[in-house]
Design a protein around this ligand. Sequence first.
Ligand code: UDP
Length: 192
Amino acid sequence: KNRVNILGTEFDNFTEKQFHKYLDDDLDVNANKFIVTPNPEIVLSARKDTNFSEIVNNADYVIPDGIGIIKGAKNLGTPLHERITGFDTLQYLVDTANRKLLKVYLLGSKPEVIQASAEKIKKDYPQIDLVGYHDGYFKDESDIVAEIAEKQPNIVFVALGSPKQEIFINKYRDKANAIWIGVGGSFDVFSG
Ligand code: UDP
């Protein structure tokens, strides 16, 4: 794999276009994939937390979300092709899910934010099969995990912030052959 190490986090080095092609292929074969989108803050916290660092580096795709990562890579003499944000990836996956008539599950954010995101999907992306959604302020995740396992979505968006979302995905990704992605605060933007 062509990866670039920035202070311990191993980033994939591809263009956004190549990345999208990989995702298309993954969706076509129902592959189980985990995407992390580290920004400089996440790189620094992974440096201090080996458990979190392992989770990040064992993800299938580690993409540079932030101009600080691109600048850092250049300064270290190992430039990355380009910035690829978590938000743009969410938008691409939503568009693709609508085009390919896929099943999607949304997890995380405040109740009103995830509700508004679900409504936006139903209205603007009518070919998506939205199989479920839940806010990110739960005490017990077992019902959520059971629902994901039962519905078998093709894409699971997890917006719990870092490192919560990555820990969640790492723990439960075997429950569905989906593309799992931690999207941080992206629903706050998507819903608005
Ligand atoms: N969040 C959540 N449950 C929690 C903590 C946070 O659902 O227990 C949500 C929060 O509502 C926000 C998102 O996680 O929508 C990400 O928050 P933040 O912007 O702090 O994360 P970042 O994008 O910087 O990773």
